[in-house]
Design a protein around this ligand. Structure first.
Ligand code: ADP
Length: 424
């Protein structure tokens, strides 16, 4: 009987002990989970009576959790405050950690790399795809004194140029080395420089060709004009005359362009009745050798009110477009010239032909200076390659847009959208 009681007591004690161990394990698991979540541990089941240090331990862990989340909050507040302060800076600011994760990217930086909306927490390599820049970041973080440096970054179809200067900084917990960079966007400057360089190279090439021809013929004439047949001399002089005319056309067009690009292009705006304005242009064109016998149709609704524009400059625009339409359309051509009102307070004008049109890949380039689809053909017909860029400039000075479209069934349409009244 005694032994029975003993075993029953032992079994009870064992069950109690097992239950205690199970509760203790569960409480420890919950404590660990709370620490991981950084949330205070609320122990419903008290182990205090069995484990005297338990409540002290819970209190310490909860205190640690509270201190840690205060620190984290402070850090994130500091970064938010820093970002707000740097947000209005024109210079882009970037902070990366020891593993190249971005911790701060102000608005100016997001504007340089608009393909990613939020840069924070992304790896730098995903945003700035440039091995030299990543190396510059590594060296800066390592404390190497480096001068400011320029980088060319290819971002999808675009190239971006930046100039960066950086300094190592301690991470907020002081345990690792981060790096801070101030970045300037040089893309527009570099693109402009490239356009200028290309323009100078193209202009020099365009001027050199007729000049070398003129020089060659003059040298031949100087050396042999006495013994030369009159027929040859006349042929040579005509060639010189043709190439001097070409030289003059290029220089005239370049001067027109530079005047249009100047601060005072000198436009005189007056109300133009488009029906009579376009009709007169078509009549003038029919009277010129290239227009004789060609079909030029003008179509302007009678109720279309006037357009506020510079008559002389718009004469140049439509003159150029008509000349091109006739020049690039062989023989039996039909050119349509017209205008109509659009929904907005704009007038759409067009010059359409039934010629060969433009290869689709060249459509967006034909308004660039010296761009020609068929170089030989344009030169033969006296083209400078500057006509459409003059058209574009004049249209833009009127606050409008111009573009080209291939027509269904063949031919090209140049379309101009102009504000009916001059924009202030
Ligand atoms: P260009 O003096 O060579 O005519 P433009 O700037 O006026 O120079 O035109 C640029 C190029 O666009 C031309 O060389 C020609 O290849 C093409 N082009 C312009 N208008 C037409 C058109 N109506 N039909 C076909 N091609 C055209």
């Amino acid at each position: 009987m005694i032994s029975l009681l003993f075993f029953a007591g032992l079994a009870l004690a064992l069950v109690f002990l097992l239950r205690l161990i199970w509760r203790q394990n569960r409480a420890l698991r919950e404590l660990r989970a709370a620490a991981k979540r950084q949330q205070p541990f609320l122990h419903a089941e008290s182990l205090d009576s069995f484990l005297p240090d338990w409540s002290g331990l819970v209190e310490s862990v909860n205190q640690l959790i509270a201190e840690n989340s205060t620190l984290q909050q402070q850090r994130s507040d500091q970064l938010t405050q820093l970002e707000a302060t740097l947000g209005n800076l024109r210079e882009a600011v970037l902070i990366v950690d020891e593993e190249n994760y971005i911790h701060l990217a102000n608005r100016a930086l997001r504007e340089i790399f608009p393909s990613s909306r939020d840069l924070v927490n992304l790896r730098l390599e995903l945003i700035i795809r440039s091995v030299p820049f990543i190396e510059y970041v590594r060296a800066t973080r390592a404390g190497q004194p480096l001068p400011r440096q320029e980088f060319e970054i290819v971002d999808g179809a675009h190239t971006i140029w930046i100039e960066a200067s950086g300094a190592p900084i301690a991470s907020p917990d002081g345990k690792s080395q981060w790096a801070l960079f101030v970045i300037h966007n040089l893309t527009n400057e570099r693109k402009l420089e490239r356009v200028r360089r290309d323009f100078v190279a193209n202009a020099s090439h365009e001027l050199r060709t007729p000049l070398s021809i003129i020089k060659g013929y003059i040298e031949t004439l100087v050396d042999g004009h006495e013994s030369m047949l009159l027929e040859d001399r006349t042929k040579f002089l005509k060639t010189i005359q043709r190439h001097s005319d070409r030289l003059k056309s290029i220089i005239d067009d370049l001067l027109v362009l530079s005047r249009l690009e100047s601060a005072t292009p000198g436009l005189k705006f007056t109300p133009l009745p488009l029906a009579s304005f376009l009709q007169n242009l078509a009549d003038d064109c029919r009277g010129r050798p290239e227009g004789v016998g060609r079909e030029i149709v003008v179509s302007v609704p009678a109720e279309l009110g006037p357009l506020e524009g510079d008559a002389e400059k718009l004469t140049q625009v439509f003159g150029n477009l008509l000349e091109n339409a006739l020049k690039y359309t062989p023989g039996d051509s039909r050119v349509e010239l017209g205008a109509f009102a659009t929904m907005a307070n704009e007038i759409e004008c067009y010059v359409r032909d039934n010629g060969p049109g433009i290869p689709p890949e060249d459509l967006s380039h034909i308004f660039e200076r010296f761009f020609r689809v068929e170089k030989g053909r344009s030169r033969e017909t006296g083209g400078t390659g500057l006509g459409l860029s003059i058209v574009k400039h004049i249209v833009q000075l009127h606050g409008g847009r111009v573009w080209a479209e291939n027509r269904e069934g063949g031919g090209l349409a140049i379309i101009l959208r102009l504000p009916r009244t001059r924009k202030a």
